[in-house]
Ligand binder design. Sequence first.
Ligand code: ZN
Length: 265
Amino acid sequence: MANFNAHLTGGAIAGITAAGGALAMGWVKPLPALAVAAVGFVAALAPDVDHDHGRPIRYVFGLATLLLPSATLYRVAPLTETTQLAVGSWVIMALAVAFPIRWVFTKMTVHRGIFHSVPATLIFGCLMFLVAARREAALGMQLAVGVAGALGYFAHLLLDELWAVDFNGRKVRVKKSFGTAIQLWGVSAPSSLLAYGLLLALAPLVYQNLKDGELTEQTYDRWVLRDQAPESMRPITRTLRRKIHRLPDNVKGAPQAPKKVGPGR
Ligand SMILES: [Zn+2]
């Protein structure tokens, strides 16, 4: 496998490439492009979250402890309504990532398992895309961050694969670990199924966000709460509205039963 420094270099290259591409496409302005580069860099370290010991997991979880709570606060705007709420939720999330979540990870993951795979790359990109918006969709930035995330992640897998090949002179020898970094199916069936399930759940959210230019919760508000879904979706959205919000069948336009106003007896 590629060593840690190789991944740092790979991450830097992926980050700069993604930021340059995003600038060239007009997706972001120069200052936010720095954030895009940082996402690509961090993404190139992320797959080794499945390492149980040593530097990778210390760095990855160190970064995750800082970045995951911050990203969540950024994305879930109501959490930043007051300073106390923001600080409190940041601390709780950071502690959760640093201890229980890290513990579960080291117990449940296999190195070079599903985290070193194509579906994991796509999941990471989709998550980054969805996280990069705040109160409303910002498609340029979201695309840039999503692509930077997937590119950095993929750069890691690519380096792991390249390091499994010895290029000494003309002889090319392939190590046993070749083919374990970029895989479509992980070592265990349940984790692979889970990964594809997650990808199937995230892909429509990304698609809807791109197509309508609004966030999932905004579409939900519009379709379900304000009853503005396309005609073909109405039976579903209305059922949802009744189920979740326990509204009577025909709230809209239903004639109100006249109140009985009797003579004051
Ligand atoms: Zn790796």
